[in-house]
Design a protein. Structure first.
Length: 237
């Protein structure tokens, strides 16, 4: 496997625009398809969504997928066929294991502001499991700086659990000039959710930019003058 740092800028993403949804897709999704852009490592979906007030995704099904939702601003109401009903807010990590099949809806319950979120899907390491749901508030950990594990299949990471032992999602709300290290992994995926950063080997990145790293070591990440919120998938030992 050759070392590789592949930068994908915000403006190059697939784009879905409807009266209630503005969505940017890092990989092939729905009607957008490119056979050369279907995944990176175990990560199949990374959607950057803005949902207008009082609207959202009505009830729909999933199966055999680990789905992690991370809200950047606003609120997202989740309901599913196993009886879960919660409102997700910034700093609350949420995971839904679709397993043998689950139906759910994701709506913006607010009438006065949009909700901005990133939803990510990774393949499970075990198919046909019982559907499940978990959430955890990690705001206190994020306030301490650096990268925080928020979803992981590895028991050594204090995070919500996913059924994929080779994947961990890290989140960071970095202050201006703060330095972090991208975890070394066979595959890693960095998404700049807000603000800007400088990544060794990639240069300056702004909100919406992503970097696909393949056996690229552990490059340094430095937040820009306004700080940054970043999401990093570490995949493979």
């Amino acid at each position: 496997m050759s070392n590789k740092i592949d930068v994908r800028h915000a403006d190059d993403r697939f784009h879905t625009h409807t009266p209630w949804l503005e969505s940017y897709h890092s990989f092939s999704f729905a009607n957008h398809y490119n056979r050369a852009n279907t995944h990176h490592g175990l990560l199949l979906v990374s959607n950057d969504d803005i949902i207008e007030p009082g609207t959202g995704f009505s009830t729909h099904p999933h199966q055999d997928m680990e789905i992690v939702t991370w809200v950047l601003s606003g609120e997202l109401e989740h309901k599913d066929s196993t009886g879960n009903h919660d409102v997700i807010y910034p700093g609350l990590a949420q995971r839904m294991s679709a397993g043998t099949g689950i139906w759910h809806s994701e709506m913006n319950p607010r009438g006065d502001r949009p909700v901005h979120l990133v939803q990510m899907w990774v393949l499970p390491d075990t198919a046909r499991i019982k559907p499940g749901y978990e959430q955890l508030d990690v705001n206190s950990q994020l306030a301490g700086g650096g990268l925080v594990p928020v979803a992981s299949g590895r028991p050594e990471h204090a995070a919500i659990s996913i059924r994929q032992k080779d994947a961990t999602l890290w989140a960071g709300q970095l202050k201006p000039g703060e330095l972090a290290i991208v975890p070394e992994a066979r595959y890693a995926h960095l998404f700049v959710a807000t603000g800007s950063v400088e990544l060794d080997g990639a240069g300056a990145l702004r909100a919406g930019d992503a970097v696909r790293l393949t056996a690229a070591g552990a490059p340094r990440l430095t937040a820009g003058p306004e700080g940054a919120e970043v999401l990093i998938w570490e995949m493979g030992q």
